[in-house]
Design a protein around this ligand. Structure first.
Ligand code: KG4
Ligand code: ZN
Length: 342
């Protein structure tokens, strides 16, 4: 079965074709980063309009390059939430209209389920059950994953998400958007231990996170530098400490959670899973032998259409999906409220 996947929940227009026998047949992505950069973050109205402009062309491009006419796909999967309402509506309207016109089922996919299952697209996919750390721009959650659709929330952030902490810190330092890659790049020339930022809730026994204090601590460091601001080396040193603080908390809590779960498998997904330092830290903890670790392929860490096509294909194979008579999106949608497909 061939499934067309459409992702438009935030600032990336992603399209992909996934075949349940042959795997990924093709994908294309348009990032709106350059468009939003001057505003220091995503402007929802601009995001929606750009998805409208890009999506039809990207669908044609993916179908042409894969040699698969749109009329021959078996189903269309689109991100139904969570995300920006207007941006979600573009993908949902396009996906459901195309599915209706073709007489094929449409499947509304949960964006975080797409992230969470994306490591199954890697060469060494994890078996179920596993513990997943979902760390994106809007979410930082630890989930116990029993099977597709069987998700139990273990821990959540009480305030900012990890990606948000990267993005807000970068903004305070006058770095570009998105902040994660910008801080990570700058951190390479930073020296360890020059600054000391808090590790919120690192040693607390509960598996929740809190990152808003970190942003305040970064703001204090920037203010302390005075009107001339931080010099280049100090900015790099601070970037390094920001990355150290966020990744130490994420890696420690994820490793503790998987060890407590007895599953022996940890999956890391969402945009922050692209972070090199986070991967290094988890590799060190995993080397002690108590768990194995799985990431999505690097190109599939941030938002993309492939993870939506794949999650849609798994649900389609389990009997989900119908020719749409209408559609709705869910800008807020807890992952743990999902059911197993079928
Ligand atoms: O999953 P994603 O692409 O979009 C959401 O669903 O939110 O995640 C985007 C987030 C942003 O906050 C971005 O700064 C962060 O992922 N990110 C990174 C890296 N690449 C993306 N954070 C740290 N290091 C990276 N290399
Ligand atoms: Zn995402």
């Amino acid at each position: 079965m061939r499934v067309l996947g459409i992702e438009t929940s935030c600032d990336e227009t992603g399209v992909a074709l996934y075949d349940t026998e042959a795997g990924l047949l093709g994908q294309a992505l348009h990032s709106q980063v350059a468009m939003h950069e001057r505003y220091g973050g995503v402007v929802p109205e601009l995001a929606s309009r750009d998805h409208i402009r890009r999506l039809p062309r990207l669908v044609r491009q993916v179908c042409d390059e894969a040699g698969v006419p749109l009329a021959s796909v078996d189903a269309i999967a689109y991100t139904a939430g969570p995300g920006l309402a207007g941006a979600l509506l573009v993908g949902a309207a396009f996906g459901c209209a195309a599915a209706f016109a073709l007489g094929r089922p449409a499947i509304g996919v949960h964006h975080l389920e797409g992230h969470l299952l994306s490591p199954l697209l890697a060469d060494d996919p994890p078996a179920f059950p596993f513990v997943a750390l979902l760390c994106s721009g809007g979410h930082t959650q630890l989930m116990h994953v029993e099977a597709v659709g069987c998700y139990r929330l273990l821990g959540d952030t009480l305030d900012d998400a990890a990606g948000e902490a990267f993005d807000k810190s970068a903004k305070l330092m006058g770095l570009g958007y998105p902040g994660g890659p910008a801080i990570s790049r700058l951190a390479e020339s930073g020296r360890p231990g020059v600054f000391r930022l808090p590790r919120p809730m690192l040693r607390s026994d509960d598996p929740d996170f809190s990152f808003s204090g970190l942003k305040t601590a970064v703001l204090n460091q920037v203010r302390r530098a005075g009107p001339d601001g931080l010099d280049d080396q100090a900015r790099a040193d601070l970037a390094r400490e920001i990355e150290e603080a966020i990744t130490e908390v994420l890696a420690t809590k994820a490793a503790d959670a998987v060890e407590a779960s007895g599953t022996g498998r940890l999956v890391i997904a969402g945009g922050v899973s692209a972070n090199r330092r986070l991967r290094e830290r988890l590799a060190v903890r995993a080397a002690a032998g108590s768990f194995e670790i799985h990431f999505p392929p690097l190109a599939l860490c941030t938002d993309n259409g492939a993870m939506i096509a794949f999650a849609g294909a798994l649900r389609l194979a389990a009997g989900e999906g119908a020719i749409p008579a209408g559609f709705e999106v869910r800008p807020r949608w807890p992952l743990a409220s999902l059911d197993a497909p079928g």
